[in-house]
Write a protein that binds this ligand. Structure first.
Ligand code: 5GP
Ligand code: ZN
Length: 117
């Protein structure tokens, strides 16, 4: 597996830093955000390290689609599928990306504003 020594989320995947797991399989890990922005706030990440969306290649298309399927499954499990939810990936400084291991925020359980802040 392509991991990076100084990456916070690679350490979380390895269990070197504790997290509250929401889902895991051989390719994907999901865990509850430490600073939740809504009643449900789960981070879904590939186990393979990518620094962000710009790091993806067409060879990763299937993995990224697969992650969205997991997001839908988690939305159902956490009872936000019917009322609605959001998947967010921040990319770069204007968007507020703070952790440089690609992650998909699954956020729901409250009404959300548009456009986002
Ligand atoms: P970004 O700002 O890069 O889009 O999202 C990073 C997210 O990771 C933030 O929502 C932040 O609360 C979360 N986060 C940062 N460090 C940790 C941690 O150690 N554990 C968990 N569970 N979440 C973290
Ligand atoms: Zn990483």
């Amino acid at each position: 597996m392509n991991t990076q020594k100084d990456c916070l989320f690679c350490k979380i995947i390895k269990g070197d830093i504790p997290s509250k797991k929401a889902y895991e399989d051989e390719r994907v890990y999901a865990f509850f955000d430490i600073n939740p922005q809504a009643p449900v706030h789960i981070l879904i990440i590939p186990k393979k390290h990518f620094s962000g969306l710009l790091d993806l290649d067409t060879a990763d298309n299937e993995l990224i689609g697969y992650i969205h399927g997991i997001a839908a499954k988690l939305a159902r499990e956490h009872n936000i599928a019917n009322r609605g939810f959001r998947i967010v990936t921040n990319s770069g400084s204007d968007a507020g990306q703070t952790v440089f291991h690609i992650h998909f925020h699954l956020i729901g359980g409250r009404p959300m504003n548009w456009p986002p802040g």
